[in-house]
Design a protein around this ligand. Structure first.
Ligand SMILES: *[C@@H]1O[C@H](CO)[C@@H](O)[C@H](O)[C@H]1NC(C)=O
Ligand SMILES: *[C@@H]1O[C@H](CO)[C@@H](O)[C@H](O)[C@H]1NC(C)=O
Ligand SMILES: *[C@@H]1O[C@H](CO)[C@@H](O)[C@H](O)[C@H]1NC(C)=O
Ligand SMILES: *[C@@H]1O[C@H](CO)[C@@H](O)[C@H](O)[C@H]1NC(C)=O
Ligand SMILES: *[C@@H]1O[C@H](CO)[C@@H](O)[C@H](O)[C@H]1NC(C)=O
Length: 731
């Protein structure tokens, strides 16, 4: 850009600014006009028509008592003035977002004793080119014993009518003897109504009548007066009018030069039939029109009820901002300053000051009491410090960061970091009756979160990972992050954790049910159920092994780690795999991982045991033991039995070799019809129990095969480990 054009632009900008300032200056001249003590603001005006909107003139007149009062003019005809004459209606209230209330006392159509209904009528007519309409919130009301009335809303015959009886009633409040009312069907500009009929109960010389009023404006004196002629002066009621400026709705008005809403106001289509109104944005109040007094910022800090900041006495500081406010804490306090947020906590030096203060007070109250207070405060402080320290050491800060980064990717799965207090109230004590189970390194308790959700909370006896090194901590957090992302119907999901305790607490989805081990020993599980359990479990393990970015090896697959929920999912039993306590993640392409050998006797993969090399196939082996359990109903280890029967996997394989497997099938389920299926599953179990890992099928293959068996297809079964290598997956 050349220097010349730059200068040119500079001049242009300058010019535009000047024009704008001039515009602002002239608009600023529109100060509200006064009528007595009340302001009249844009679009209403009294004398300065250039500062108001056409049709919104308010007449400021001195009334009989010498007070200046605002009036609105409209046209009315009644049985004394049969032609339309201009009349003035006292304005009760103007709200600048499209409504106003005028007194409707003069609008009374009456006919008296002996005369025909219709003798008295009122034709109320708002200027047809003006901005006002009669709001639909008004009611047409007929008052008097055995009185009737009707209204016409156009001169084409549109009409509505109601008849009042003569019984005592309290509802609606306008009249106690004889009353009926009907709602309006539209925002009319024109109403011709009649009313009257028989004798008025309280005064025989008076007649029934009809009028129109908005129920929300009706108020009566303490001595419960109503609309009856003799008492009507004590009741106040009004007619609500709608208004709007212009002829267009918001979307059209916004495109015109005359658009009148100021920058801190929003445009709302008028409740009237035409036009729009301007309403100050939240956090602002006043008159939202460019030519009006504009919206002013609400100072939320000046009124306690308008803000959520901590009281100044508790360290809170409130900052008023344009359209809102912000809270913070005074120096020496920490927190966000919001009552509903992290409030304000006195930092340690302040607290020491507080102890001192409490100490001196306690001199009067009693030393012991003060000492208790100090001990309590110190305990609270140490507790908080300890929590913060544990949280940091256990990797809370890292976890928070990772979760924030992961944010929305979690697809509806919610994972939370709980505070210790939240979990404390979730389960009152780590008491025995809330105990769900005890494992080697941990105990699981049932708890109820404050929103009523039951959860299982796992408490480690000794934190297995340890906090001795930063590396271990990172590994632990990483594991939590990955487990928290698991989302499978047959996997017990990790819903949160608490890192404010010495050893972290893990919060799992609560599964209402028992372990398969328990179900197998104490209940009758049909063969179909066992097959569904096996299929569901392989589904979960196949998910862990092959559907994640990084495979997860469970490392402790066994019948006590598979829960059977008391519910059905898609009409099948829903087994859920739990306890990834010692699961480790495989990294990248590393299919083998050497770790400290962990697992459960009876389920342990011999290859892993011998070489320390762990792979997904170790889970397959354990699953093979589980299948043998389902088939035989026996425990993986039965110490009381003859030597060759103690270890189920060995016993199972030896029977397999002898071709006598059917002998050890669980007599509770064994029958001819399902024998083929049982044999198929047995041969699958045998493949899984292959001593060499690479001879075992993958979980995906097991899953497919089980599904086929479940579908009752008889399979040609392989009989040795080497056959398994030629296992073909058809898909
Ligand atoms: C606002 O007031 C100015 C005069 O001060 C007038 O020229 C202009 O038409 C008014 N705008 C509207 C929308 O009433
Ligand atoms: C009327 O407007 C003036 C400013 O023009 C303002 O000071 C005063 O408070 C307003 N009165 C009412 C009752 O709103
Ligand atoms: C209003 O109603 C009264 C009574 O029904 C009738 O006499 C009068 O002509 C009506 N006026 C108009 C303008 O329709
Ligand atoms: C309130 O204050 C905090 C801390 O200074 C700041 O991060 C935040 O953006 C502020 N909020 C608003 C609405 O200004
Ligand atoms: C606290 O309340 C304020 C006002 O209602 C709200 O804006 C804010 O988001 C709330 N903060 C929290 C942490 O809930």
């Amino acid at each position: 850009m050349s220097l010349q054009t730059q200068m040119h632009c500079g001049v242009l900008v300058h010019f535009v600014i000047c024009v704008c300032l001039a515009g602002v200056a002239s608009a600023a001249k529109c100060v509200p006009e006064k009528c007595g003590s009340v302001n009249v603001s844009y679009p209403f005006w009294i004398k300065n028509s250039h500062c108001g909107y056409p049709g919104f003139q308010v007449i400021c007149k001195e009334n009989s008592t010498g007070m200046l009062t605002r009036y609105l003019s409209a046209y009315v005809a009644n049985n004394t003035h049969r032609t339309l004459t201009k009349s003035y209606y006292k304005i009760r209230e103007i709200n600048y977002t499209g409504q106003m209330v005028i007194s409707s006392r003069p609008l009374k159509a009456a006919s008296c004793l002996g005369r025909q209904e219709g003798d008295g009528f009122v034709l109320f007519h708002l200027p047809s080119d003006g901005p006002f309409t009669i709001s639909m919130t008004n009611r047409f009301v007929v008052v008097g014993c055995n009185t009737s009335g009707s209204y016409a809303y156009d001169n084409l015959g549109g009409e509505a009518r109601c008849v009042a009886g003569c019984i005592f009633q309290n509802d609606p409040p306008y009249c106690s003897y004889g009353c009926c009312e009907i709602t309006l069907q539209d925002n009319y500009k024109w109403l011709n109504f009649t009313g009257g009929g028989l004798v008025h109960l309280k005064d025989e010389k008076k007649c029934g009548f009809s009028t129109i009023l908005d129920p929300s404006t009706f108020t009566i004196g303490d001595d419960r007066e109503d609309l009856y002629w003799g008492h009507v002066k004590k009741a106040y009621y009004g007619l609500r009018l709608n208004w709007g400026i212009g002829l267009e709705n918001c979307s059209m008005a916004k495109t015109t030069v005359n658009y009148s809403c100021s920058s801190n106001a929003e445009c709302i289509d008028s409740p009237s039939r035409k036009g729009y109104v301007c309403k100050c944005l939240p956090g602002y109040e006043g008159n939202g029109y460019t030519n009006g007094t504009d919206c002013t910022d609400i100072d939320e800090c000046s009124n306690k009820s308008l803000n959520e900041c901590m009281e100044p006495s508790k360290g809170g500081v409130c900052h008023n901002l344009a359209g809102s406010y912000n809270c913070s804490c005074a120096k020496g306090y920490s927190g966000d300053g919001f009552k509903n947020g992290s409030t304000c906590d006195a930092e340690s030096s302040k607290k020491t000051a507080m102890f001192a203060a409490i100490g001196s007070v306690s001199a009067f109250v009693g030393v012991s009491l003060g000492a208790c207070g100090i001990v309590w405060l110190l305990r609270m402080r140490y507790q908080k410090q300890a929590r913060d320290e544990y949280f940091r050491r256990n990797g809370g800060v890292l976890l928070e960061r990772i979760l924030a980064e992961r944010g929305k990717q979690m697809e509806g799965k919610i994972f939370r970091i709980f505070s210790e207090d939240e979990l404390k109230s979730a389960f009152r004590d780590y008491s025995d009756d809330m105990k769900l189970g005890t494992g080697g390194s941990s105990t699981v308790y049932k708890g109820i979160l404050s929103n009523g959700t039951p959860v299982a909370i796992k408490k480690f006896k000794d934190f297995p990972i340890g906090v001795e090194s930063e590396e271990a901590m990172k590994q632990f957090i990483n594991e939590i992050v990955i487990l928290s992302g698991l989302n499978h119907k047959n996997v017990v999901s990790l819903v949160g954790c608490c890192l404010q305790t010495q050893s972290p607490l893990l919060v799992y989805e609560f599964v209402d049910g028992r372990t398969i081990s328990h179900q197998l020993r104490s209940n009758h599980l049909s063969w179909q159920s066992r097959l569904q359990i096996a299929t569901g479990s392989t589904d979960a393990l196949a998910y862990l092994h092959s559907e994640l970015d990084r495979p997860i090896i469970h490392r402790d697959v066994k019948s006590t780690n598979i829960l059977l929920a008391n519910i059905f999912v898609d009409n099948t039993l829903a087994p859920k795999i739990a306890d990834f306590g010692i699961s480790r993640l495989l990294c990248g392409n590393d299919t083998h991982l050497t770790t400290n050998i962990m697992g459960t006797c009876g389920y342990m993969d011999p290859e892993y045991y011998d070489t320390g090399t762990l792979s997904e196939k170790s889970d397959v082996y354990s699953f093979g033991v589980f299948l043998a359990e389902l088939l035989t109903g026996r425990e993986p280890l039965s110490p009381g039995k003859p030597a060759q029967e103690i270890v189920l996997s060995k016993f199972f394989l030896s029977k397999c070799k002898e071709n006598c497997l059917t002998e050890i099938f669980d007599p509770k389920v064994r029958n001819e019809e399902i024998l083929d299926q049982m044999i198929d599953v047995a041969s699958l179990a045998k493949e899984c129990l292959c001593v060499e890992g690479k001879g075992r099928p993958s979980m995906r293959e097991v899953k497919i095969k089980l599904e086929e068996i479940g579908g009752s297809t008889t399979l040609t079964t392989s009989t040795s480990c080497s056959d398994v290598l030629s296992y073909q997956i058809s898909s």
